[in-house]
Design a protein around this ligand. Structure first.
Ligand SMILES: [Zn+2]
Length: 579
């Protein structure tokens, strides 16, 4: 039955008028609160009232944000009260660029991201393999180019750790693979195997595969590695969601499922949704690859219709314009510094084909994400967004470019002018060996000095959104926040930070992880800030990061994460049970 909008009687009309006349946020306008948060340091993400001390929740919504007296006016007989003792409350974190199912699978692989030398990497792999004698393959991820002499690993180095079974280790960025001799054999890769389109089997002087595989060539081995069954993958998905909630994350935007991935993984996401276990709101994109795009666009449109709920949405497509700097596959305006023979890198798309695909996707009403890392890749992506807008006319399209590791200053202002969102990942600028050695050397000094230019883009009026690219790097937002404001590793290196003029303020970084991220998902009216009427998605951290030195970010605790007003994470030391 439709809701009655017009009061049936004069008395009812008077009651409605009286209710509307109450001061805004007044208690009688809404039922008593389920939960009151009192005594906190709230950072709201709202420009007109950035700070507050108390908040009331009714059902799945925020009913009030303000001071203690105002919140207490919402108290009823069953209201639960939480004393925050000065802890920081922010909107729930939103990761704007994540690979949820890859992240889930990574929980079952050896993680090499913290190891800086070949010996340390081999050691960790050896121990992992010894603990899992039953696994037919030893799989891992996270190695950094800078850990290997020359920037690329070899099969012999992996044979030394795993001689008895196939072993395959994905680079931290997912763009390069490392196979041992048995994995190459299992995949049938020999000196006679041709390179696939957009990929390379790295070979030594004699033409023998070295064990390193670039870009599309990784699939030659990956497709032979066993994939865990549905039940195991579903368990890993649940673990991944718990992990994200424990990091204060309540929403994420998933960067690109190919059609085959979708067929395999969507049923798991739908199962989690149906069972009420999808405790991170997910907006997922469908991958567009060079060649015919009709099938991917049709699937993206179908899924956008089918999943429109508050927990699972589609409506976007993602394409890889180029590769990565470390593997010299990012597209640059001028040749690579160390290896001019490599030229300017190789975009995955012809500019005209990219523009045509982006235009067609945009015409279908889909949001377009373009992975672009090199300055030429970024320019191609901006050109494609511009051409799509010109062809299809004005619309709230919110096109995006992912990563933007180096950019020509002439392109800064185009983001604001075109309304294109800059989707960046603070930890990709972590000034570790990888960035200091391989990344910076490949680009050369001048171009590297334009690396990860968050502040330059902010100043040019661009809307930035932050994310992790998990499992490329950790999904832990605290690690991202720390790098965003210091440009230092978590050990505090280098002194003063790497290109510190590109660091952002903590409030800016928080905004890029909350309200700006929600904007990128077209959800800024529903989430992303603490405001009456929005969803009660929030995180409680201690201590108050805004009143502490940056180092406190790394040691801070996520005490509580609420999604739709319900607890999805609570630190053991914190508070009573909540609904
Ligand atoms: Zn990614």
């Amino acid at each position: 039955m439709p809701k009655r909008l017009i009061p049936a009687t004069a008395a009812a009309a008077a009651a409605v008028a009286a209710a509307l006349a109450l001061p805004s946020g007044g208690p009688a306008a809404s039922p008593p609160a389920d939960v009151l948060l009192l005594g906190g340091n709230l950072w709201t993400g709202e420009t007109d009232r950035p700070r507050a001390t108390a908040l009331a929740i009714v059902g799945d919504r925020i009913a009030y944000v303000g001071d203690e007296a105002g919140a207490l006016a919402h108290r009823g007989p069953l209201t639960r009260t939480l004393a925050l003792q000065g802890a920081l409350v922010t909107p729930g974190f939103e990761d704007s660029h994540i690979h949820l199912m890859s992240g889930a699978l990574s929980l079952d692989r050896v993680d090499l991201i913290e190891d800086g030398s070949v010996a340390a990497i081999q050691d960790r792999i050896r121990r992992f393999a010894a603990e899992r004698p039953e696994k037919p393959w030893v799989l891992g991820r996270g190695w950094l180019y800078g850990a290997f002499p020359g920037g690329l690993p070899t099969k012999e180095q992996l044979d030394a750790a795993v001689p008895d079974r196939p072993a395959y280790m994905e680079c931290y960025d997912g763009h390069t693979g490392w196979a041992n001799s048995r994995a190459l054999a299992a995949a049938g890769i020999t000196r006679d195997t041709p390179d696939p389109p957009n990929g390379a089997i790295v070979r030594d002087a004699r033409g023998e595969p070295t064990g390193a595989l670039k870009e599309a060539a990784v699939a030659l081995v990956e497709s032979h590695a066993p994939v865990p069954g549905d039940a195991e993958r579903y368990d890993l998905l649940k673990r991944a969601l718990r992990l994200l909630n424990s990091q204060g994350i309540t929403a994420a935007q998933d960067a690109g499922y190919g059609l085959a991935d979708l067929a395999r993984e969507l049923p798991l996401l739908e199962r989690a949704l149906g069972e009420g276990r999808l405790t991170v709101r997910l907006r997922a994109s469908v991958q567009l690859s060079p060649g015919p795009v009709d099938a991917a666009l049709a699937e993206a449109r179908r899924l956008a219709q089918r999943h429109r709920g508050p927990r699972l949405r589609f409506g976007a497509v993602k394409a890889f314009v180029d590769g990565v700097v470390e593997a010299r596959t990012a597209a640059l305006l001028a040749p690579y510094a160390e290896d001019p023979a490599q030229g300017r890198g190789h975009p995955n798309w012809e500019p005209a084909a990219l523009t045509a695909a982006a235009t067609e996707a945009d015409r279908a009403g889909l949001q377009v994400w373009l992975h672009a890392i090199g300055d030429r890749g970024v320019r191609m992506a901006l050109d494609a967004h511009e051409a799509a807008a010109r062809a299809n006319g004005a619309r709230d399209r919110r096109g995006r470019i992912e990563h933007i590791e180096t950019i020509d200053p002439a392109d800064h202002a185009r983001f604001a002018a075109l309304g294109v969102i800059a989707s960046m990942q603070p930890l990709h600028a972590n000034p570790d060996q990888n960035n200091a050695d391989v990344w910076s050397r490949n680009l050369g000094k001048e171009r590297a000095s334009r690396g990860f230019g968050w502040r330059s883009l902010e100043r040019a009026g661009a809307r930035l959104v932050f994310g992790s690219d998990w499992p490329v790097v950790t999904s832990d937002v605290r690690r991202g926040l720390f790098c965003a404001v210091t440009r230092k590793t978590r050990d505090g290196k280098p002194d003063g930070g790497w290109l510190p003029e590109q660091a952002v303020t903590l409030e800016s970084a928080l905004r890029h992880y909350t309200i700006d991220a929600a904007y990128a998902a077209f959800e800024e009216g529903e989430r992303g800030s603490l405001r009456a009427g929005k969803r009660a998605d929030l995180v409680v951290l201690s201590p108050d990061l805004l009143a502490s030195p940056p180092e406190a970010i790394l040691s801070s605790r996520v005490l509580l994460t609420l999604l739709d007003g319900r607890v999805v994470h609570r630190a053991a030391e914190f508070g009573p049970d909540l609904p």
